[in-house]
Design a protein around this ligand. Structure first.
Ligand code: NAD
Length: 264
């Protein structure tokens, strides 16, 4: 199957390197004919993002710190100046002070709570507001979330609270934008070793636990996430909105694994 995204163009937000979940999605979209612009946070990342964008045939890079509303306005103005309309947005952004992604949740400070909510949850709303104006014929927006929104995962702390807000934002945005044929969905990915994941305490333990306990008995890859992203951003999922789609080897359905499971 080729050409699912032919004639469609959109914005990828949150590509940092070739381990990023956004990279898995961008590769899958490119293989199906999508045209993409990439936003990055600051000059240091531009050096990493530019060659990756070039690999996918794009020279359209936009500097954007999503916690800065003026920067977001500028970014969408730059996007509009070249592409008056877009068909999709990938929001693959999250951030918290890593000193609070370990230890106890009750130690979260107000400043970090607000910053984490701003960058990791509110930014989807801010992006959707601006993307909507560029989607007169409808479109599809996805964000990346994690199971720590639903259940307590060691060390995930304030990021879990922000992901819960993000997932609920997906639903409210889906309802608001549904009449405009703009779909909003979340991909809840299993743990994957990335730059952002490195900030989470005992991340290797989380990875091992998921590998041993998920129904598929393996961790997912950025290519697995890419396939789901492609589905949600293409017309294959035309009837789907407000959904949180798990790409986690089935881990989220496990209540308790059988005692005699051979590999624990
Ligand atoms: P990553 O480090 O490759 O990507 C995180 C991105 O967020 C980076 O590109 C970074 O520049 C960007 N970012 C952070 N603060 C920003 C800001 N203020 N403005 C603009 N961009 C900013 O890591 P990743 O794991 O690919 O993360 C992408 C998304 O996937 C995040 O939302 C993360 O929570 C989510 N996710 C990751 C995992 C995992 O295990 N890696 C699992 C589920 C969900």
């Amino acid at each position: 199957m080729t050409g699912l995204m032919a004639g469609k163009r959109g914005l990828i937000m949150g590509l940092a390197n070739d381990k990023s979940l956004a990279w898995g999605i961008a590769k899958a979209l490119h293989a199906q004919g999508a045209q993409m612009a990439f936003s990055y946070q600051g000059e240091a990342l531009e050096k990493r993002v530019r060659p990756l964008a070039e690999q996918l045939g794009s020279d359209f890079l936009i500097d954007c710190d999503v916690s800065d509303m003026a920067a977001l306005d500028d970014a969408f103005e730059t996007l509009t100046s070249r592409w008056p309309t877009i068909d999709f947005v990938v929001h693959a952004i999250g951030f918290s002070d890593k000193s609070q992604l370990r230890g106890k949740f009750y130690d979260t400070t107000l400043d970090n709570f607000l910053m984490t909510m701003n960058i990791s949850a509110y930014s989807l709303v801010a992006v959707a507001q601006r993307a909507r104006a560029m989607m007169p014929n409808g479109g599809s927006i996805i964000t990346l979330t994690y199971y720590g929104a639903e259940k307590v995962i060691p060390h995930y702390n304030v990021m879990g609270v922000a992901k819960a807000a993000l997932e609920t934002s997906v639903k409210y945005l889906a309802v608001d934008m549904g009449p405009e044929n703009i779909r909003v969905n979340g991909v809840s990915a299993g743990p994957i070793q990335t730059l952002a994941a490195r900030g989470i305490g005992d991340f290797n333990y989380i990875l091992k636990w998921n590998e041993l306990n998920s129904p598929l008995r393996r961790n997912v890859t950025i290519e697995d996430v890419g396939g789901a992203g492609l589905y949600l951003l293409s017309d294959l999922s035309a009837g789907v909105t407000g959904e949180i789609h798990h790409v986690d080897g089935g881990y989220n359905v496990i209540g308790m694994k059988a005692e005699d499971a051979p590999d624990i």
